[in-house]
Design a binder for this molecule. Structure first.
Ligand code: PGA
Length: 260
């Protein structure tokens, strides 16, 4: 199974809607003919309608979170169905900053993923260990809990919701982002990343079946830059990258895309 590479820029809590709109349209213009990988930007909620409304390109527009109920008394949340109504492509789920600062759990993550898939949207499910967990030999155990607890809570199974209409671009993507590498400048080595991706793929095979494990794109994230991205992309189990800091300028994002 040939998996199409995927580059997603995570703009976190940066840019006003007008800055986001300007930068996104620059990206669209610069990369209009770029077809070798799938591209997307995850922007703050308030910017999303500005990006989706005029977007005629194949570049995806992601939210950075999504609630599982369609509506209700959930102050501060935005639902997957609301994202569908503005034609967003999907949402990131359980980014480590949400896990560490906002109480995201594997259970809530699974429910968010399920709600997005139900709306025919994409979900980029983020997992990864802390330095303490890695140093004490708990990498595989932590990844197992993150995947299996989310799959159980979201009642996820191999289905058309999970895969979508194009097996080369399944709706569920996994992002492996070691917490110690995010925004620290200390990227995982190629071997550390590839080894972790092999573990993730085998856990996905156990949880969702080997057919899906062969299709699912597993992105690496954590201090990816134009200078190191090609090294990751040459590895057999790394299918793309989720990039924060280095994706913030249109030039940076275009450089990353061209180095995939
Ligand atoms: P970084 O962030 O590229 O700035 O390390 C990655 C992420 O948080 O997704």
């Amino acid at each position: 199974m040939k998996r199409k590479k995927y580059l997603i820029g995570n703009w976190k809590m940066f840019k006003t809607p007008s800055q986001a709109e300007k930068d996104f349209s620059e990206i669209v213009t610069t990369l209009a003919t770029h077809q070798s990988c799938d591209l997307a930007i995850a922007a703050p909620f308030v910017a999303l309608p500005y990006l989706t409304e005029r977007n005629r390109s194949s570049i995806g527009v992601f939210a950075q979170n999504a609630h599982w109920e369609n509506e209700g008394a959930f102050t501060g949340e935005v639902s997957a169905s609301m994202l569908a109504s503005i034609h967003a492509t999907g949402a990131l789920v359980a980014h480590s900053e949400r896990r560490q600062m906002f109480g995201e759990t594997n259970q809530t993550a699974g429910k968010r993923v399920a709600a997005l898939l139900k709306q025919n949207l994409e979900a980029v499910f983020c997992i990864g260990e802390t330095l303490g967990e890695r140093d004490s030999g708990q990498l595989a155990q932590v990844l197992r809990a993150q995947i299996f607890e989310a799959v159980a809570a979201g009642n996820l199974r191999y289905s058309t919701e999970l895969v979508g209409s194009d097996p080369a671009r399944p709706r569920l993507t996994v992002a492996y982002e070691p917490v110690w590498a995010i925004g620290t400048g200390r990227a995982a080595s190629a071997t550390e990343a590839q080894d972790a991706h092999v573990i993730v793929r085998s856990l996905i095979a156990e949880a969702l079946g080997s057919e899906f494990a062969a299709q699912v794109r597993i992105l690496y994230g954590g201090s990816v830059k134009p200078e190191n991205i090609a090294g990751y992309m040459s590895l057999p189990d790394i299918d793309g990258a989720l990039v924060g800091g280095a994706s913030l300028t249109p030039t940076g994002f275009a450089q990353l895309a061209r180095s995939m």
